[in-house]
Design a protein around this ligand. Sequence first.
Ligand code: AMP
Ligand code: MG
Length: 341
Amino acid sequence: MQTQLLDAKEPESIRKAARILQNGGLVGIPTETVYGLAANALNGAAVAGIFTAKSRPMDNPLIVHISQFDQIDGLVREVPDAARKLAERFWPGPLTIILPKGNCIPDEVSAGLDTVAIRFPSHPVAQAVIDAAGVPLAAPSANLSGHPSPTTAAHVMDDMDGRIEAVLDGGPCAVGVESTVVTLAAEPPRLLRPGGVTLEQLREVLGDVEMDQAVLNPLPEGQQAASPGMKYKHYSPKANVVILDGSLEHYIDYVNTHAKPGVAALCYNGENDALSVPAICYGGERDCGEQARELFDALRELDDVLHAETVYARCPEPKGVGLAVYNRLIRAAGFEVISLG
Ligand code: AMP
Ligand code: MG
């Protein structure tokens, strides 16, 4: 299959993408979080194609994307007050809400669960495509399963060329990590995945919100994941990533002591000058928004540009959006963290 790269600024590109989706095909689309791999959410066969294209395990459910709040009716059994409050404050935006699912949701979308994940993205291209297709779109991140999520159309082409009908190029993603996932099917509501909407912000609206233990910890052997996606190794470059938790001074010291061919660093802006190994910077030390935007591109560069075997990474502060950065990086590192004291 030839994958068309479409310029999202051209109105004809949006119409083309919509036609492909209406006909049961797959299109990579920009959203404010990461690029999504979209299919008609109401067409089980089309949705099944997403799993094949990504090599995604069938038991990992997808997020359904809408372009107007009212579109949620029918997709879920009911819309509780808590969902309305969240939508009022954070939609359109990088927040996914899990609710008991409505009858029209195919099993392929929910992976057999009795709940469904819904998001109203703020990206104008994502909204335009959903509007033009006239159906909600199921869309996981548009990477091969296990690879870092794509934050540019070029990343999507790297993983999906020849596997899907088209990619809409809408430029780099503004948030850079996948949406915050909160379930309202639990009491109290629970954060399953941190993202651009922070735990602190969710608590401002909902009061009590628990953080699922899988946000910061590996899932204990044999335990069922509240969010199936959390049990898979994620966001991993080929290189072996190790997080070094400690001061900059200790970090520089550790990296330079362990320097040898194949070792690389994933550090904050400006820190590379003091290191004696090749380095990729992923934002300013105090700017977790920038770290979120740059992390996945940095993980890809460690493989594709530096061909690193071992990567020593600076440890993000797990607060605000930094919690999302930390959550992705510890998964990329397979939870390997060395404390520098
Ligand atoms: P992705 O679409 O690649 O960003 O992944 C979607 C994430 O949301 C995965 O971690 C899924 O496991 C999670 N998810 C989707 N639907 C549900 C659901 N009904 N219940 C729990 N987690 C879900
Ligand atoms: Mg994903």
